[in-house]
Design a protein. Structure first.
Length: 391
């Protein structure tokens, strides 16, 4: 057990610090130099560590460098939308080595195993691999799997995925362990790993694009709820929202009717800001608001103030129940609003709620769903690989 603990500590150090010499690894882990030498030899024989040249220019003898073997394991992540499946493959260090996009047919007869398999095959081939080399795959989707029934819910708009035992069906059909996670939840994992929520224990992430979603993180872990539907605030009642809606249908909830992409586009157009979609129109309103601070009663201010009021009121209900330390705003619509919208949302929220959590705009530049999917897949795979060095 002690040897396994030492191996794990050394591998974690190499993963976080990059190539290290034996003396450096000894200093970081507290191991003696002879023990560190034996450890590195064992890990090199196991294929988890490789030599990486020498480090020159230091006092004493030239020291050899060691690093994690990136090819020791590979994982896949996928982001599923009604339009496409985007898959990526990463090596053990987290470096993306292959990507593939596969259009999703818009019909109910989609063979989900075949479509996901083709996407993973394409990404693996781009990495010079076959699917059999992948340790696991994590799939992000605009829905949530009910752990009690194994069925995907909140995803009527994505055909082909509503089969019994979805996770088991994909795992058996693809020949590797598969996990399915809500796309907004995966975005929260990406924020927790290297975004605005790094180090946060309790926070919520609000996502607004065409649809509206939220992820809830409590004590550093995702809170999914009894049926996997925690954070599906699009369906939450809201004053001023649509009076009648069917919660079984996508994009019909009251919060959705006030803050979803279609509602934002209508609001921006009412104030004279046009665009092909909500993000474009909101970008123009935010730019105008930033350039007209001396005219707070103009159309840009009116448009942003109304949207901020809708969002702030929604968040106030969440804050009253969860009391998070932080709120992260993301999704193409909220990112389009930028700092002008963020500041107004925060002011409106703080005027309504007794707790006053910080409101931050996501700083992640890449696809956060894929980043979170790969993060989850890598964490689980590293736990396996790093804990299996003594067998």
């Amino acid at each position: 057990m002690l040897r396994a603990i030492n191996d794990r500590a050394a591998l974690e150090a190499l993963l976080s610090r990059g190539p290290l010499t034996r003396p450096q690894l000894s200093d970081l882990t507290g191991l003696s130099k002879p023990t560190a030498s034996q450890l590195l030899a064992r890990l090199e024989e196991a294929g988890l560590v490789v030599r990486d040249g020498i480090r020159e220019g230091l006092p004493g003898r030239t020291a050899g460098l060691y690093r994690i073997n990136p090819g020791a394991a590979h994982v896949a992540g996928a982001d599923v939308t009604p339009a496409r499946v985007l898959a990526r493959v990463a090596d053990l260090t987290g470096t993306v080595v292959g990507e593939h996009t596969l259009p999703t047919p818009g019909r109910s007869g989609v063979d989900v195993v075949a479509r996901v398999g083709a996407a993973l095959d394409g990404a693996a081939a781009a990495a010079g691999l076959t699917r059999s080399r992948l340790r696991r795959a994590v799939i992000g989707i605009q829905g949530a799997v009910d752990p009690g029934t194994g069925r995907l819910g909140y995803a009527a708009h994505i055909p082909g995925w509503h089969v019994p035992g979805l996770v088991g069906t994909l795992t058996a059909g693809l020949g590797l362990p598969v996990a399915i996670e809500n796309d907004v939840n995966l975005s929260a994992l990406a924020e927790l790993a290297g975004g605005q929520a790094a180090g946060a224990g309790d926070f919520v992430l609000l996502w607004v694009a065409d649809g509206v979603g939220m992820a809830v993180v409590l004590n550093g872990a995702l809170h999914r709820g009894a049926t996997g539907g925690a954070g599906e605030i699009a369906y939450m009642p809201a004053a001023g929202g649509p009076r009648d809606h069917d919660a079984r249908l996508a994009h019909t909830g009251r919060v959705q009717g006030l803050t979803g992409g279609a509602a934002v586009l209508r609001l921006m157009r009412e104030h004279g800001f046009r665009g092909r979609d909500a993000a474009t129109a909101l970008t123009r309103a935010a730019a105008a608001a930033g350039a007209s601070e001396k005219a707070p009663d103009g159309p840009a201010e009116a448009a942003l103030a109304e949207l901020a009021a809708r969002l702030g009121t929604t968040l106030a209900a969440v804050v009253a129940v969860l009391d998070p330390a932080l709120i992260v705003l993301t999704g193409e619509v909220l990112r389009a609003g930028g700092e002008p919208l963020r500041a107004r949302v925060e002011r409106h929220l703080h005027a309504l709620a007794v707790p006053r959590p910080a409101v931050r705009l996501s700083s992640l530049q890449d696809n956060p769903v894929l980043a979170g999917a790969l993060q989850q897949a890598l964490q689980e795979t590293r736990d396996e690989v790093f804990s299996d060095t003594t067998s």
